[in-house]
Design a protein around this ligand. Sequence first.
Ligand SMILES: [Ca+2]
Ligand SMILES: [Ca+2]
Length: 490
Amino acid sequence: MDIAVLAHVSASGIELDVPQTLSTVITVLPGSGGNTSFSYTPTAGCGSVTASFQALIDASPAPMSYAWDLGNGVTSTSPNPPAQTYNGAGSYEVFLQTTIGGYVLNTVNVTGTNTNWCGDVEEPSLPIIGCTGSPDLYFVLTNSGGGAYASSTVDNTTTASWSELGILLNSPPYSLSIYDEDVVSGDDLLGTYNIPANGVGTYFINVAGGTTGSLVITNEPQQVFLDSALVTVFSVPDVSLIENATTGELCAQGEGLVGYAWLFNGVVVPDVTSECYMPTGPGLWQVVGTNGFGCTDSSNVVVVCPVFEIVRNGNVLFVPSSYLAYAWTFNGSPLSGNDPFIFLQGDGTYGVTVDAGNGCIIVSSFVWSTVGIGEADSAVPRMELFPNPNDGAFTIVAEGVGSSSAYIELLDMTGRVIWQTRTTANNGLVRVNATMHAASGAYAVRLHDGDRMRTTRLVSSDDLNRARARVYRLSPLPPSVALFRNKAPA
Ligand SMILES: [Ca+2]
Ligand SMILES: [Ca+2]
């Protein structure tokens, strides 16, 4: 790339004998954002942006300088300044001034010469007297490309000085030759100094047996680029989730929200993008709101606790299973155990406190009175199923079991045994969790305890019609091997 505008260097007022042009390579690198002078990334963000910058103009080996105003009070002179962080919504204008410099010869001094100027018609060397007169000094600057500059002549002296030369040394190497001007006999060369390409500085000349002097090279701007670009920080919404105390509906709140994503137990609820939403079940609910800039914020988490009551089935009170802890009371006195069910102990007030997790403590009570409806069946063993009806998953509990080799059978309505399991009573107590994959309908569960037998009707609405079953023990009963014999028809 040729930068013809470099003719500006003649501002020093010196006419150059040879036109000067700067031929150099400007490397422009790709960037994710920016302008001719620099790239940066990212160009925008939410809440806070940490951006990195890279200058793009590099005309090396010409001397380069960079002056950044990074828009946040930080400045830098590096082509790759440290990454900058912009906090708070707004636009931050970043400036870069790139200067392509040039090495300029401004001053040449001759402080002494050898005697090569002597002995010609202009300055004859006379017998006894020797050299007469003094040289008429000028210098010629040449480079490898043939460019040349001839200075003015200072007559009749062995010292001379030229200043404010303004000669751009953009095509090194250069040599500087000092002459005595002789119009008739021809100029006398007094010495040649090869200028090192070492940049700015003062260079001392001592050549050809006595020609001395110095020259001064400075760095002067040749071309200046000034560009700016914006780093944009968008505002982040402050999203909160409010629960309607009456309806239980959840609504997102936050300024400028245009989009909503709902999370249930940390999982996105598909196809729900409304501002308000009625929770579909107990658990952890959260909403992520998006504003018009595409910036998001996650709301507080709202815990929706389960709602249930104590249900009685025969001689058993139960609540939903699979929660963390159960504490039952009877007439205000704690009952032992940590199960989702309790056998009726007699007439009175039963209570349960359930730790359902997520800080949900559910308290429910149940009043049981047999006054006027006859005595409850107190014969042992007692067996109950719950829930009943069910979807195929149910719990069998029995107490007062006397036999160590009791077993439980499941029969279909034709009286055929579908499967059975042997069980070991623990202090007369048997608890079995069962999951049945069989046709919907009515079944019978029969407990054999020695020669005693209890039968309870079971209604399953499970749609699965698969003739297999899984029955397993509940803790805290000791594990035992349950024997299953699948007697279902093929
Ligand atoms: Ca001469
Ligand atoms: Ca002369």
